[in-house]
Design a protein around this ligand. Sequence first.
Ligand SMILES: Cc1cc2nc3c(=O)[nH]c(=O)nc-3n(C[C@H](O)[C@H](O)[C@H](O)COP(=O)(O)O)c2cc1C
Length: 197
Amino acid sequence: MCSANPGLAGAYRCFYGAENEPVYAWSMTQSNDRYAAILNLRALRSFRDEPLPDAVVEKLLEAARWTGSSKNRQNWSFIVVEGEQKERLAACGDFTDPMRNSPVALALVQEPEGYEFDTGRLAQNVMLAADAIGLASCPITLHREQDAAAVLELPPDARCRYAIALGYPGDDAKPRRLGGRKPRAEVAYRNRHGEPW
Ligand SMILES: Cc1cc2nc3c(=O)[nH]c(=O)nc-3n(C[C@H](O)[C@H](O)[C@H](O)COP(=O)(O)O)c2cc1C
């Protein structure tokens, strides 16, 4: 029977082959909900005072692990940070209250020869996954990277400039501003910079 996807987190789906055997293949599925989730994803900074069960954190780790990276190098690691250690990490940035208010922060570590672009993709994947399973999230900048590296006991040449505050949304969780995006005409061009789309 082809009833379950064996441990894969991506959109691998089960089809039946010519001999009616189960075949797992990547499928391009369409989903208005997924598109809406992308457009609606916002930084939320209020969290319920409730820990995240390990099973929930593991879903986020899977979303992180399955992110695409340059040449598939996956030069990253993720550190789940809680309790006093989270307080110490929060001291490494200037706008880290959301992290202080959240039960968990996920520190995104750029391992040697990793790319910041990959870390950005990682962050977005984790935030979209969090949204999909009913969690709030907020990116956090660790302005004092050296301090963050010391707190996290990173090996030489690994760096951590970003973390994501995560938790169940608080009753008052809402985007800081409604709207808040430049009009398309200001940011989208055709063929060359400045030529209207
Ligand atoms: C790279 C990056 C770093 C951010 N760092 C912080 C931060 O340190 N503290 C914070 O409260 N929000 C932080 N944010 C959240 C942004 O302030 C937020 O995404 C932006 O104001 C737009 O709001 P919206 O995502 O709700 O539309 C960060 C976002 C990004 C993309």
